[in-house]
Design a protein around this ligand. Sequence first.
Ligand SMILES: Cc1ncc(COP(=O)(O)O)c(C=O)c1O
Length: 237
Amino acid sequence: MKPDTYHKLKQLDHAYLWHPFTQMQEWMGEELCIISQGDGHYLVDVHGRKYLDGVSSLWCNVHGHRKKEIDDAIKAQLDRIAHSTFLGLSHAPGIQLAQKLIEISPKGLQRVFYSDDGATAVEVALKMAVQYWQLKGETRRTRIATLAESYHGDTVGSMSLGYSETFHRFYTSLLFPVLRLTPPHVFRYYHGLSESGALSAAVKEAGEKITAEKDSLAALVVEPLMQGAAGMWAQPA
Ligand SMILES: Cc1ncc(COP(=O)(O)O)c(C=O)c1O
């Protein structure tokens, strides 16, 4: 790309965009990395420089860029139709994917409700849990339990569950209260204990808090295996 075009793009980026989770003053002071292509596990910028894509679209791109099978399937679908709603209508790919998802899901999960992204999937799950108990007649069951320092996205319900001081402090007036359990983290919460000692202590504490709230809880929401945004806290086996 010609230097003039790069500088024009940089100017427009700085004039028109907010980047997510980005300190914009610092962003304005840095060189801008403008990606133009993907190639397997690499990103390529407008100057032709290659980067190993460790971020992988926030860890969602597990197969790499321009994977032929995926791109061909997307192109074939675009030749039929780009989008049609599930409200009042259905379509073959959505039906077939739902069947495949249920086949590989833990026993007991029987139906798929499609959502847009991680945060709205959490919103849907919250609503399903609360609605379930209302319809069962247990109308006090509206509270949600979560782990301290968990992260579940940036919509209002997801922020309420996964509150992070750094990201969410400006929105506390919008958030609903939840029951927070302590993760078994030996440096952060259970100083001086072994990993198994911290686990026992955390399970005991969670048991007591959950028992005390047992008639008001609708659901427990956790990040599976790893609390990512907290700082890659792996849960003990
Ligand atoms: C555990 C977890 N839940 C939810 C989300 C939110 O997903 P999205 O950014 O697709 O809304 C993230 C995003 O990083 C996440 O790590």
